[in-house]
Design a protein around this ligand. Structure first.
Ligand code: NAD
Ligand code: TYD
Length: 362
């Protein structure tokens, strides 16, 4: 089915951030989305249940590395924007299986850029001027900070430390090169850690919420002193919309939540919220479930984002405060037991066994 008029193409729109973005886009713009997603372990059409049957959304199961498929979708739907989320996104998995990250994040981004360039070059003048390719990336490309270092800005040198970050850095460089070499109107966003509804259960915040609820150990890597800058996912999505609307082609924009927290503080806050919302007298305070385990190899100590450029140039600021956003997120996971159950596939259980059984408690 061809989606009529003014559609955008989203990749990875059945994943965590992509699905939040698709829901927000349809609500706010009312225009159609073609959603290309391979539905790997991280992709879940259930995230899009709210728009099931809506003619403005079409989910296409397919691979961004498939040039013919990408070309056919561009020819058929003639999108004015491509928003590229699809990626392998979990650092721990990139340590165990880096090949999948090179394939999707590097080869897949290259395939999309190449097909976008061919499509764009055949548009008329107005179409070429309006077209945007928004490449969604991460602050992890900048490497790690010491406690006193200034936050990452758009001019911070790239220094990726994990295979995930290296693969995203490579994709950012390709996106940049397609602007400078071919004039393809590419925009890149580098965002800090997201949290909120629909995040896959392997990431820190959902993992800790569910383990706390179910009285299982809460695995904190190393000393728990690593710092992340947390951003509520809906704020990330609104930032991406601002960049599509008002961003300057060829530019990069850092996106962050001004909410730096140590992992241990995030975990104890989650324990306290779960205690409040689901008290369990037999279990007692969930903080006692915190278990320090072997650190992640090459674990970046601190991330912090200077988001002043997007604030100054595009007028975007995060709306959610970390404490209220975390509370909402915990409440969402506690209220969505059937979503959680549907995500707990065999593949997820196998990953938990692989990642945690060999970690030594300290
Ligand atoms: P996710 O792992 O939850 O979702 C990724 C989606 O991409 C899934 O739906 C998956 O099925 C799909 N996908 C994977 N390989 C594919 C392929 N070859 N072809 C088509 N689809 C494929 O990831 P996320 O957390 O939603 O992250 C989305 C993007 O945002 C990524 O590019 C990530 O690097 C970036 N990002 C994430 C965060 C974060 O905190 N999660 C922060 C900054 C940037
Ligand atoms: P994660 O959610 O994997 O995001 P990222 O690695 O992209 O920052 O992890 C967030 C932080 O939490 C990171 O410093 C690693 C740490 N962490 C733990 O301490 N225990 C865990 O079980 C997980 C998954 C992460």
């Amino acid at each position: 089915m061809t989606i009529m008029g003014n559609a955008i193409l989203v990749t990875g729109g059945a994943g965590f951030i992509g699905s939040n973005f698709v829901l927000q886009w349809i609500k706010n713009s009312g225009t159609a989305v073609v959603n290309l997603d391979l539905l790997t372990y991280a992709g879940n059409p259930g995230n899009l249940a709210e728009i099931a049957g809506d003619s403005r959304h079409q989910l296409v199961r397919g691979d961004i590395c498939d040039a013919e498929l990408v070309a056919a979708l561009l020819r058929e739907h003639r999108p004015r924007v491509i928003v590229h989320f699809a990626a392998e996104s979990h650092v721990d998995r990139s340590i165990v299986d880096p090949g999948a990250f090179i394939r999707t994040n590097v080869q897949g981004t290259f395939t999309l850029l190449e097909q976008a360039k061919l499509y764009w070059s055949e548009l008329d003048d107005a179409g070429r001027r309006e077209f945007r390719f928004l490449h969604v990336s991460t602050d992890e490309v900048y490497g790690t900070l010491e406690a006193e270092d200034p936050a990452f800005s758009e001019t911070t040198a790239y220094a990726p430390n994990s295979p995930y970050a290296a693969s995203k850095a490579a994709s950012d460089h390709l996106a940049r090169a397609y602007f400078h070499t071919y004039g393809l109107p590419v925009l890149t966003t580098n965002c800090s850690n997201n949290y909120g509804p629909f995040q896959f259960l392997e990431k820190l915040i959902p993992l800790v919420i569910l383990n706390a609820l179910e009285g299982r150990n809460l695995p904190v890597y190393g000393d728990g002193g690593n710092v992340r800058d947390w951003l509520f996912v809906e704020d990330h999505c609104s930032a991406i919309r601002a960049v599509i609307d008002r961003g300057r082609a060829g530019e990069t924009y850092n996106i962050g939540g001004n909410s730096e927290r140590k992992n241990l503080d995030v975990v104890t806050s989650i324990c306290d919220i779960v205690d409040e919302l689901r008290p369990d007298a037999a279990l007692g305070p969930r903080r006692k479930l915190i278990t320090f385990v072997t650190d992640r190899p090459g674990h970046d100590r601190r991330y912090a984002i200077d988001a002043s450029k997007i604030g100054r140039e595009l007028g975007w600021r995060p709306e959610e405060k970390f404490d209220s956003g975390l509370y909402k997120t915990v409440a969402w996971y506690l209220d969505h037991g059937s979503w959680v159950q549907s995500v707990r596939t065999g593949a997820y259980r196998e990953w938990i066994r692989k990642n945690y059984e060999e970690r030594i408690q300290s």
